[in-house]
Design a protein around this ligand. Structure first.
Ligand code: ATP
Ligand code: MG
Length: 432
């Protein structure tokens, strides 16, 4: 057998004189008497293989007949143009080996969402899932490149923790050798500690939120890309966010056109993404929402319907700044120009997708932090280490957390967040 090549390479160099070898899985197959048409897929794409009795050993022809959907196979043959084949080329087989036969595949066309989730370990082979996973990897690659160019150091914060940075309601509690601990909701506080050594840091970790409501944008376990920056105030923090998000979108546009097309994603809105992003104050958003007929009180956090209304007709993400203190976490910095609010910003993805980043400048005044912990009846002992960061050479600093699946959901233009993670974890799902 010759050296196997990725299927995409066959299309890139359709040299019709040479034998090529591919290996992969049967995506579709039909046979009639002395001919088998088998569409083979590998990680890179699909191609039609035509197998004609008499043009290859009898055993190979029989293998092609028996190779049912999702059987793994190896094929050698010549490339030939064929207008009817997907992509305009096919392979005319001179060898066809069955590597791993497949039982009848449980996923056929038009399956229920439930079945696709039960069979997720098999459904991730689908072309849509393949495209989404590639786009996710490329978006992260874009982020990593940007972070490297901008002198951020990658760090590795813990997942077991005793902090409840984002509030007690969504904590996953666990028994840590007899002590109560939690799965991390955010690496933020550890990143804050690390900036006193490294100044500009980032981490990519799973975050855990016991989200009991079923929404198309909440997972119980998601990938969280977090940055923390010494000597940075909230304005610059927002500039960092718009540059980072733009770098992620641009990388996908440059490298993943075919995948976006497969997902039928209209790329015009994505092409419009470039800094500066629009900025609106929370109070302006409330007025805007009221003018659109929302019955919303000042002081409420924005939910999905409100965020959808604000972003539905936009192509570029929007920052919402200056949330009132009562709807955000205690560690944010009070805005001296508007002390009822924090120097914070949520970044909302356009086209109705809503929040993808939560960020803020951090409070440096230790007395304010202590007051807020007391007001929330949070035992100060748990946060002594965090308060120490204000006792030893505190500096202005800011940071943010980006939900990787939220960003990928928007870039891919898919409705439900579970579609952008291979093994989604939700209230109802922990298997497979
Ligand atoms: P939301 O209001 O949408 O629940 P949040 O205010 O709880 O979000 P943050 O605590 O600011 O979110 O977390 C930072 C980022 O992490 C969010 O902007 C979002 O992109 C992402 N994120 C938060 N919760 C989830 C979740 N349950 N599933 C997926 N991503 C999430
Ligand atoms: Mg939340």
């Amino acid at each position: 057998m010759c050296k196997p090549v990725p299927i995409s390479e066959v299309f890139n160099q359709p040299d019709t004189d040479r034998d090529v070898c591919i290996r992969g899985w049967v995506y579709r197959t039909r046979s009639s008497g002395s001919i088998v048409f088998s569409i083979i897929r590998d990680a890179s794409g699909i191609i039609q293989v035509t197998v004609k009795k008499g043009l290859l050993p009898e055993a190979d022809f029989d293998a092609a007949v028996t190779a049912s959907i999702e059987s793994s196979v190896m094929v050698v043959g010549k490339i030939a143009e064929d207008k009817r084949a997907p992509g305009g080329f096919e392979i005319r087989a001179s060898k066809f080996k069955l590597i791993g036969p497949a039982d009848p595949f449980p996923i056929t066309e038009y399956q229920s969402e439930e079945l696709l989730l039960d069979k997720r370990h098999l459904w991730i082979r689908s072309r849509e899932q393949n495209a989404i996973m590639k786009i996710k990897a490329t978006a992260l690659e874009g982020a990593r490149e940007w972070l490297k160019e901008n002198d951020f150091v990658e760090v590795t914060p813990p997942i077991f923790t005793t902090n409840a940075c984002e509030g007690g309601v969504t904590l996953f509690k666990l028994d840590y050798f007899g002590r109560e601990a939690y799965l991390s909701q955010s690496a933020q506080m550890y990143l804050e500690a690390l900036i006193f050594s490294l100044e500009r840091v980032w981490s990519l970790t799973p975050s855990f939120r016991a989200e009991k409501s079923r929404t198309p944008r909440h997972l119980t376990e998601y990938w969280h890309l977090e940055l923390e920056e010494a000597w940075v105030e909230n304005d610059e923090n927002m500039r960092i966010q718009e540059d980072l998000v733009t770098a992620m979108v641009e990388k996908v546009l440059r490298k993943r056109r075919a995948e976006l097309e497969l997902l039928k994603r209209d790329i015009e809105p994505l092409k419009a993404v470039s800094p500066p992003f629009k900025r609106m104050k929370y109070s302006e958003v409330i007025s805007l929402l009221r003018s659109k007929g929302f019955d919303i009180a000042y002081g409420c956090d924005l939910g999905a319907p409100e965020e959808r209304a604000v972003t539905a007709n936009e192509y570029v993400p929007i920052f919402i700044t200056n949330y009132p203190k009562e709807c955000k976490a205690f560690y944010m910095k009070e805005d001296p120009e508007d002390p009822k609010t924090y120097k914070c910003a949520d970044l909302l993805a356009p086209e109705g997708y809503g929040e993808i980043i939560g960020g803020s400048e951090r409070e440096t005044d230790i007395n304010k932090l202590i007051e807020r912990l007391d007001a929330l009846s949070i035992p100060r002992e748990n946060y002594e280490w965090y308060l120490d960061l204000r006792r030893f050479g505190s500096v202005p600093h800011s940071g943010f957390g980006l939900g990787v699946e939220r960003v990928v959901r928007w870039i891919c233009g898919v409705e439900h967040i579970r579609e952008v993670t291979p093994f989604p974890r939700t209230v109802a799902r922990i298997y497979p």
